[in-house]
Design a protein around this ligand. Structure first.
Ligand SMILES: Cc1ncc(C[n+]2csc(CCOP(=O)(O)OP(=O)(O)O)c2C)c(N)n1
Ligand SMILES: [Mg+2]
Length: 797
């Protein structure tokens, strides 16, 4: 039985390819193009996926499905959305321009319902896998079950499969019993520079089957299958199978005449095979040879529909031609290839598109416009409109319980605070989900996990416990568990956080994700962290231990640059508290900060964009330090969130202010004590967030420059009471540039202490001395910065 959708989908495919081509051509040739706007990489790469995406969006996908589209296929995606009425002509005309359609599909910047951003190849692919695990998590809790389960689909470039993070994710998916995930590999055997190695598909096949995936190879289209059934067809099939990728590409580029010559030379037998070739015109021969599985609507529809009948993960290896349907088809240099105006003109004519009607959705059709219109109106994917949800806000208490211990580390405090939350039967406790790459216990999540359990779709008892072997930790897995245990790969942690942190928008169910890892390994997962922030996923990352303070752990685990990452990473508010009451304040604030989504206007007190919300990075430490005995007043809490407060207010004639962040608090406090007799009115500034202090200052400065003369940020208010002759010594266990900018706020002379070099192993005292962030170094810096009476402590030292 023939499928009535086929002629319409074929027409749609032509239209989509045309619109994508026109979008790119428009950006390249028609718009003023002075600053390198040249569109590289989109044309051929888009065409490669035109058929597959037509089949998916036109027939296969349902509203609950979510897709990560290969970065360079963005013009195809937007053309489809344009036809569905979700994208404007203005934005398409402004492809890659200011506020136009983005180069690569963007969840936050594009307006046509992009599910997952892509761009840095590999990450979007893994995101679909983790999103599927999150879907299972949410549903196992009994949430969102009124909606059907969706499929998480990635359209993957074959060269993209070189990215290691894809295989890290694959492993994790296997461990968690992955379902409902499709990866469709656009097997065009071309990357950016080159032609892909021979036979790669069979390696992929073996890998995926090993991890429990179904593998569907879409190699031959219907025309080819029909030809194989003709007399002599078997010889043609063998020839295709043996043909090297380079040669296939080259012949595709050259067209029908070249195919005829080559096939006749190689296969001509004056018999069946010759007749098979001769029966076809050059054009028909080219169409036959280009009729690979990934360009054959009937094969694609059949394969996808078959896969819809079960929930096993499927890898489709779809043979395609890069640049399909365009004069660039198959050429190995086509990645950055652009069609010339003449080529576009030829295509326009062949598509029956009149000049001036290039953007008309129903121009030049061979079917009545009405047919296409009503088909588009009934496309299942678009049946429910925009596919983004909102979730009600989870209530946050006025304050979290601060553990009462005279001395603690922030890491220990973090574990105790979460343990307190875990004990309660609150909505907050239920919506928190933790995850960690094999450092759950060593980052102090153990007590939380003991209470709330590990997540798995199926129960799995802790054998040690069942055997009554004493152990501190209860490692039971169940659908009600709230901890997602991951293997060591940090990329997976951040992509998991990205998936958990979009649950409210993708599945309509709010999660409050907390991930833990060792601080230095943020750098291992940094691109994925950046990706998560770019998509506006909401999560807390607690990184511990950090700096050189993890002393005996040695140089390999020490982090120097992370405070700067914390400041520079957009979408991430970073804190480095010294004391546990500060941490409790920050954590509580974070739970509501995660859930905000307002307008981007800065707040007039702090000049921070707090109404918008975002994710949070907590840089914690294993160093146990004496805790202040104090009440957390609302004013103090506010200062902690805004980034700093006076631990000791400077007097009117202050000569020195010491500003510190994090675990070096005892050194800063001691230095201030030791200098007290020899320098006047010393101030001690506790900095909980260099990131937020700096951001507020920058925003307030900008506001003043734009005429709001009274704009003042938190740090400006704090430093306003410091006399101009006063010197500033800043110190932290991290790169000194983190706090060095404080001197620019009001022009105070500043000396910034911190860590710049890979560390030694040793005690904390050894290493603080070695790097010059100990008490003596602070006193020496102050003494040199503010000359005066010799500081007695230094003389006696
Ligand atoms: C992490 C990362 N590295 C490099 C790039 C630059 N880049 C974009 S596409 C591409 C290769 C594309 O090959 P393939 O995945 O086969 O897609 P095709 O263009 O063939 O469809 C490269 C190297 C990138 N976007 N992200
Ligand atoms: Mg490729």
């Amino acid at each position: 039985m023939t499928d009535a959708r086929l002629p319409v989908l074929a027409e749609l495919e032509r239209k989509i390819l045309w619109l994508a081509t026109w979008t790119i051509h428009n950006a390249n040739h028609l718009r003023a193009n002075t600053d390198g706007l040249k569109v590289g990489g989109h044309q051929a790469s888009s065409a490669s996926l035109a058929t597959i995406m037509t089949a998916l969006y036109g027939a296969v996908l349902r509203p609950e499905d979510r897709v990560a589209v290969k970065p360079h296929a963005s013009p195809i995606f937007h053309a489809i959305q344009y036809l569905l009425g979700n994208q404007t002509r203005e934005k398409l005309e402004n492809f890659r321009g200011y506020k136009g359609v983005q180069s690569y599909p963007s969840r936050t910047k594009d307006t046509d319902d992009v599910d997952f951003s892509t761009g840095s190849v590999g990450l979007g692919v893994a995101q679909t896998l983790f999103s599927s695990l999150v879907q299972d998590y949410v549903r196992a809790k009994g949430w969102g079950t009124e909606r059907p389960e969706g499929r998480m689909v990635a359209l993957v470039g074959d060269a993209e499969m070189d990215e290691g993070n894809i295989f890290e994710a694959l492993l994790e998916g296997w461990k968690h019993g992955l379902r409902n995930t499709w990866w469709i590999v656009d097997y065009n055997r071309q990357s950016l520079d080159a032609v892909v190695r021979e036979g790669l598909w069979s390696r992929f096949e073996a890998i995926f089957r090993n991890f429990g995936w179904d593998v569907v190879i879409l190699k031959y289209g219907t025309l080819q299958q029909e030809a194989f059934a003709e007399p002599g067809g078997e010889a043609l099939r063998r020839w295709i199978d043996d043909c090297p990728n380079q040669l296939y590409s080259a012949l595709t580029f050259q067209g029908g005449g070249a195919w005829r010559k080559r096939l006749t030379d190689d296969l001509g037998d004056q018999g069946d095979v010759s007749r098979l070739i001769d029966r076809r015109s050059d054009e028909e021969l080219a169409a036959l040879m280009a009729n690979l599985g990934g360009h054959d609507l009937p094969s694609l529809l059949a394969a996808f529909e078959e896969a819809r009948s079960h929930d096993r993960p499927v890898c489709f290896i779809a043979y395609t031609i890069k640049g399909f349907g365009l004069p660039l088809a198959g050429h190995k240099d086509n990645h950055a290839g652009l069609m010339t105006p003449t080529q576009v003109e030829t295509l326009r004519q062949s598509m029956n598109v009149r000049e001036g009607h290039e953007w008309d959705p129903f121009e030049g059709l061979s079917l009545p416009a009405k047919t296409l219109k009503s088909f588009l109106a009934a496309v299942p994917f678009a049946a429910k409109g925009r596919r983004r949800y909102q979730a009600p806000e989870v209530g946050v208490p006025a304050a979290l319980t601060v553990p009462a211990q005279p001395a603690m580390s922030t890491q220990q405090g973090f574990g105790l605070i979460l343990h307190e939350i875990a004990k309660g039967d609150t909505e907050l406790a239920r919506r928190i989900v933790t995850t960690s790459p094999d450092v759950t216990v060593s980052t102090n999540l153990g007590a939380w996990v003991n209470r709330r359990g590990l997540f798995a779709r199926e129960e799995m008892a802790d054998t040690f416990k069942a055997e009554r072997i004493p152990s501190t930790f209860n490692w039971n897995f169940s659908p009600s568990g709230q901890h997602m245990e991951l293997g060591i790969a940090e990329m997976n942690l951040f992509i998991m956080l990205s998936a958990l942190g979009l649950s409210h928008s993708i599945f309509g169910e709010r999660l409050l994700p907390i991930g833990t890892l060792y601080d230095p390994f943020i750098e291992r997962g940094l691109d994925a962290l950046n990706y998560a922030c770019y998509q506006d996923a909401r999560f807390i990352v607690a990184a511990t231990p950090s700096g050189v303070t993890l002393a005996p752990e040695g140089g390999a685990h020490q982090s120097i640059a992370t405070p700067l990452i914390g400041m520079a990473q957009d979408g991430l508010a970073s804190f480095e508290p010294a004391f546990v009451d500060e941490l409790a304040t920050v954590l509580n604030w974070s739970f509501s900060y995660l859930q905000r989504s307002g307008e981007a206007e800065p707040d007039e007190t702090t000049w921070l964009r707090d109404a918008v919300g975002g994710s949070v990075y907590l840089r914690l430490s294993t160093r146990s330090i004496e805790q202040p005995q104090r009440a957390m007043t609302p004013a103090l809490a506010e200062d902690i969130i805004n980034g700093a407060y006076w631990l000791r207010r400077p007097g009117p004639n202050a000569q020195v202010v010491v500003a510190y962040s994090g675990a070096v608090a005892p050194e800063a406090i001691a230095a201030v004590g030791l200098m007290g007799e020899d320098r006047r009115d010393i101030g001690l500034l506790a900095i909980t967030s260099a990131d937020r202090l700096n951001a507020g200052w920058t925003a307030a400065s900008r506001a003043r420059e734009r005429g709001l003369v009274h704009a003042r940020s938190h740090v400006e208010r704090l430093l306003a009471e410091v006399p101009s002759h006063c010197g500033l010594v800043t110190v932290l266990d991290g790169h000194p540039a983190t706090l060095a900018w404080l001197g620019s706020v009001n022009g105070h002379r500043t000396r910034s202490l911190g860590v710049e070099h890979f560390g030694q192993t040793g005690t904390i005292a050894d290493l603080y001395r070695h790097h010059g962030i100990d008490t003596d170094a602070i006193v020496q810096a102050a003494s040199a910065l503010v000359p005066g009476r010799p500081i007695r402590h230094l003389r006696s030292a």
